[in-house]
Write a protein that binds this ligand. Structure first.
Ligand code: XLS
Ligand code: NI
Ligand code: NI
Length: 475
């Protein structure tokens, strides 16, 4: 037996030396992984609903996925998704510090082996939390190769692995997207780059990402304009860049039609970061852009909390704008720190924020293809594996609670009744004429000249905030 062992080790050494870029240990790991399947979250129990009195950090307090509200289980109202990039790829590195978070699936020297391990970890995680969706960038799931051909090959390999998992998993794809911002080729942007070769490369990348999203059954496809913006107007042809961005999006729409991808296209506004000025500044900017270029019928918006606050808006404002223009597609659920001027992507735990957000979603008739994607990451200091689970539970609970409060607010017509009364002057008399288009400047002047007194009523902001608090804390 000893002789046989020595012989085997010798053979392995010879093999190791003969295969470039591979090491024996890696082969062992890979074999073991395929046949035994490593468990990354084995110390964490499956997360279940235990109710508001539970002290268990690994239990839902407010999110009971099967609780039926308005004829639909909560899980279908909320459509939670996990963001592959933050949860499985982020390492806690920031402009001041190195990676501080060690993820056990990053255990190989080859990026492709790590990508495979990440898929295993991801599906184990989805199951632990019983979450219905996930979202991904092409580069989160598979690494870049030496050239586009090799990169696409990497992607195909991982996509077929994910497809296998999807066959038995309860978790599906909410949306896919292409990372058009990390690689140095995108230094001046992608569709808005000054370099036509980069435009072409980005187009090829989105073409592939659309194919892959379709193959994985993705319900939406997101465009977040990673570096589509500028640092200084002194070197920027803004007009050409915006025209090119529109050309790019039209090509995406055409190609989706060609391959029969019927997912919803979404644009995710953000005002700044990484560039000084991002073209997709906020919901209103994007809406104007889409209208100008005849793209509005193909796109909806993916509104992110932290991006709204970076633009100087409440999240509530962005959602309201999207809703009244029939553009509310999906939500990137996170939260910023109002004292910081950047996209901190914290887990959303502020129930007032989630209440007002779900209020808009309910008023919009709920999600169609969209959902609540946790584009959120644990803090650099929260580096333990369990923090990932806890962060998601906290976010899911906050949105579930917010949904329930908002549902009551809508059902009781609390704000609707007030608003209706506030604008009553447009229901009759001169107001009705204004609204129906029967009035013009001359008739209005005649009316105003004969007005003896104008009476206004209080806007009652404090009262409404008091009522909102009552709904939030009365359960
Ligand atoms: C970055 C964005 C990004 C998009 C997907 O700020 O939020 O994560 O959601 O590309
Ligand atoms: Ni986002
Ligand atoms: Ni963001």
């Amino acid at each position: 037996i000893i002789m046989m062992l020595v012989c085997l080790i010798n053979k392995l050494i010879v093999y190791k030396n003969s295969v470039k870029n591979l090491d024996v240990l890696k082969i062992f790991h890979y074999r073991r992984r395929v046949s035994y399947k490593m468990k990354y979250f084995k110390d964490i129990p499956e997360v279940k609903y235990e109710g508001p009195h539970s002290d268990n950090p690994f239990a839902f307090k407010y999110y009971n996925p099967d609780e039926v509200i308005d004829g639909k289980p909560l899980k279908d109202h909320l459509r939670f998704a996990i963001a592959y990039w933050h949860t499985f790829c982020a390492t806690g590195s920031d402009p001041f510090g190195q990676p501080a978070i060690n993820r056990p699936w990053d255990r190989f020297s080859s990026p492709m082996d790590n990508a495979k391990a990440r898929v295993e970890a991801a599906f184990e995680f989805f199951e632990k939390l019983n979450v219905p969706f996930f979202c991904f960038h092409d580069r989160d799931i598979a690494p870049e190769g030496e050239n586009l051909r090799e990169t696409n090959k990497n992607l195909d390999e991982i996509v077929s692995m994910i497809k296998e998992y999807l066959k038995t998993s309860k978790t599906k794809v909410l949306w896919g997207t292409a990372n058009l911002f990390s690689h140095p080729r995108y230094v001046h942007g992608a569709a808005t780059s000054c370099n036509a070769d980069v435009f072409a490369y980005a187009a090829a990348q989105v073409k592939k990402a659309l194919e892959v999203t379709k193959e994985l059954g993705g319900e939406n496809y997101v465009f977040w304009g990673g570096r589509e913006g500028y640092e200084t107007l002194l070197n920027t042809d803004m007009e050409l860049e915006l025209d090119n961005l529109a050309r790019f999006l039209h090509m995406a729409v055409d190609y989706a039609k060609e391959i029969g991808f019927d997912g919803q296209f979404l644009i995710e506004p953000k005002p700044k970061e990484p560039t000084k000025h991002q073209y997709d500044f906020d919901a209103a900017h994007v809406y104007g852009f889409l209208k100008k270029y005849d793209l509005d019928k193909y796109f909806k918006l993916n509104i992110e909390v932290n991006h709204a606050t970076l633009a100087g808006h409440d999240f509530h404002h962005e959602l309201r704008f999207a809703r009244i223009n029939n553009m509310l597609g999906s939500i990137d659920a996170n939260m910023g720190d109002l004292l910081l001027g950047w996209d901190t992507d914290q887990f959303p735990t502020d129930v007032r924020l989630t209440t007002l957000a779900m209020y808009e979603v309910i008023k919009a008739g709920g999600f169609d293809k969209g959902g609540l994607n946790f584009d959120a990451k644990v803090r650099r200091g929260s580096f333990e594996l369990e923090d990932l689970v806890i962060g998601h539970i906290a976010g899911m609970d906050a949105f579930a609670k917010g949904f329930k409060i908002a549902y009551k607010l809508v059902k009781d017509g609390v704000f609707d009744k007030f608003i209706e009364e506030r604008y009553r002057s447009y229901k009759e008399g001169i107001g009705a004429k204004i609204v129906s288009g029967q009035a013009d400047f001359k008739t209005l002047e005649e009316y105003a000249l004969n007005l003896s007194k104008i009476e206004n009523k209080s806007g009652k902001q404090e009262l409404l905030e008091m009522i909102l608090n009552k709904y939030m804390f009365s359960e």
